[in-house]
Design a binder for this molecule. Structure first.
Ligand code: F3S
Ligand code: F3S
Length: 105
């Protein structure tokens, strides 16, 4: 799967959403999250993110390794919705993101 990391927090450019062929990039309150089972690893989202927040899981920089878990665990209570568009903004973030001070301002 691909992973969205810290540079997305409080930015939410959403260029990635338009590129994803399976609509598996879901919006939280402060960042977006890639569904690990719905992502087909096409890689289309990665080059279009202006702050370069998106990485293939094995290429996530060391300082942002915990974002793999953050993306996965975001969906613990959501299951596999099968499409982000109809969900709109989901009213939560993973706890490590929710705890961050304002970012990337
Ligand atoms: Fe975030 Fe980049 Fe997408 S800032 S919303 S991961 S285009
Ligand atoms: Fe979509 Fe990016 Fe995966 S475009 S299928 S989230 S690699």
């Amino acid at each position: 799967t691909y992973v969205i990391a810290q540079p997305c927090v409080d930015v939410k450019d959403k260029a990635c959403v338009d590129e994803c062929p399976v609509d598996c990039i879901y919006e939280g309150k402060r960042m977006l999250y890639i569904h690990p089972d719905e992502c087909v690893d096409c890689g289309a989202c990665e080059p279009v993110c202006p702050p370069e927040a998106i990485f293939y899981e094995d290429d996530t920089p060391e300082e942002w390794k915990e974002y793999y878990d953050a993306n996965v665990k975001f969906f613990d209570d959501l299951g596999s919705p099968g499409g982000a568009a109809r969900m709109g903004e989901i009213d939560k973030d993973h706890p490590i993101i929710a705890a961050l001070p304002p970012q990337n301002q």
